[in-house]
Design a protein around this ligand. Structure first.
Ligand SMILES: Nc1ncnc2c1ncn2[C@@H]1O[C@H](COP(=O)(O)OP(=O)(O)O)[C@@H](O)[C@H]1O
Ligand SMILES: [Mg+2]
Length: 367
């Protein structure tokens, strides 16, 4: 396999009215790879997608496909010449065309291949039985499948998808996501999928590009992004988090959970120790004593159950610690402690993240 990316964007930027909305974004996607551009609403995802599609012009930066320049700020291949398929949340099928007609629409001028390709794609998306129906005779999920087949009909090199599943209800959504992924993988298309939902990104992506304020702050496989977030905000984007703060002294951060090693961090630096609720370790009270401290789990801190909620598969337990701080744990729902129960909490040293707080840069006028 060639190692030339199917899609490569280099240093793409775009401002509106003096405000930078996409800020020096670079990423590359191989054929058959699904990359999710993940970030909160307004962070610049759709604008990035629109520049790749050619609907929006960048102020600077380049877009390449298979080693061929798609556009820079001087030359540009028009949108219809880019070999790009698009799928948006508010996709619209042509109401006056049948399912077959809608899918064939993308293949104008290629009559000989049309019928076979249409039938093949409709089989892939499980819509063969509906080939002669009209859009109004289909459910939302079925329309979505047809829209996918239509977008894929001309064999796009790249599929750009902007929150394509957000119009579907929960149960259907998971099913369609998985089916869509199977079809895209079978077609070998490079996919850039925009979403603000971490769960969707983790389910769909080979690689996640985490975006914030117009910039890509971290790129990696879902497992890596989740387990080695680059900062506190990146950790918090994927789940609720507990934060224990401390100040470094002699490469150690002292907390109610014992000490944490922070090699190379200067004395006096404030650090946040971040632990996801499902990674908080819990043990029982033994006549006012917790388990013995260990190197792996540190010192246990006493917590009193403030509230425990049954969530089906798991319980959500909120604790008040002796120092007044609060922590939340997620535990299997076979365990649902009563309010007021005393338990001991531990932070496994291999299951937490330690982030030094950025030192504020003084403004020139304050010097
Ligand atoms: N054509 C435009 N003119 C002015 N501002 C825009 C335009 N398009 C997008 N924006 C602004 O750029 C920011 C990013 O928008 P967008 O790319 O749609 O974000 P996302 O898709 O991540 O929610 C938003 O603040 C939005 O209001
Ligand atoms: Mg958007």
């Amino acid at each position: 396999m060639s190692d030339i990316p199917r899609l490569e964007i280099k240093n793409l930027s775009r401002s509106f009215a003096g405000r930078t909305v996409v800020d020096d974004v670079s990423l590359s996607i191989m054929p058959g790879q699904v990359t999710c551009l993940l970030g909160p609403s307004g962070c610049g995802k759709s604008t990035t997608l629109r520049m790749i599609a050619g609907i929006e012009m960048q102020d600077s930066g380049e877009i390449w496909s298979d080693g061929e320049l798609i556009c820079n700020t001087v030359e540009r291949i028009p949108p219809e010449g880019r070999g790009i398929g698009l799928m948006f949340q508010d996709f619209a099928l042509f109401p006056h065309l049948t399912v077959a007609g809608n899918v064939a629409y993308g293949l104008r001028g290629r009559r000989a291949q049309t019928r076979a390709r249409v039938e093949d794609l409709l089989a892939k998306v499980g819509m063969s039985a509906h080939i002669d129906r009209y859009p109004h005779e289909l459910s939302g999920g079925e329309q979505q499948r047809v829209a996918l087949a239509r977008a894929l009909a001309p064999r796009p090199r790249i599929m750009l998808m902007d929150e394509p599943f957000s119009g579907l209800d929960d149960r259907l959504r998971d099913e369609i996501r998985d089916e869509t992924l199977d079809v895209l993988k079978a077609e070998g298309t490079a996919v850039l999928l925009v979403t603000h939902e971490p769960a969707e990104a983790m389910r769909m992506a080979d690689e996640i590009a985490l975006m914030r304020g117009g910039r890509i702050v971290q790129t990696g496989a879902p497992y890596n992004i989740y387990n080695t977030p680059i900062d506190r905000e990146a950790a918090a984007f994927f789940s609720d988090i507990n934060v224990v703060s401390s100040t470094v002294e002699g490469a150690l951060a002292q907390t109610v959970f014992g000490q944490f090693l922070v090699p190379g961090v200067a004395d006096g630096t404030k650090v946040d120790i971040v632990v996801r609720p499902q990674h908080l370790k819990i043990d029982f009270d033994r006549q006012g004593k917790g388990p013995n401290p260990t190197i792996a789990t540190g010192t246990p801190a006493r917590g009193t159950v403030k509230r425990a909620r049954f969530m089906g598969g798991e319980s959500l337990v909120e604790f008040t610690l002796d120092d007044g701080s609060e922590m939340t744990a997620v535990v299997p729902s076979v365990f649902l402690p009563k309010r007021g129960m005393v338990l001991w909490l531990m932070i496994r040293r291999d299951r937490c993240f330690i982030f030094p707080r950025p030192v504020p840069i003084p403004l020139a006028t304050e010097v």
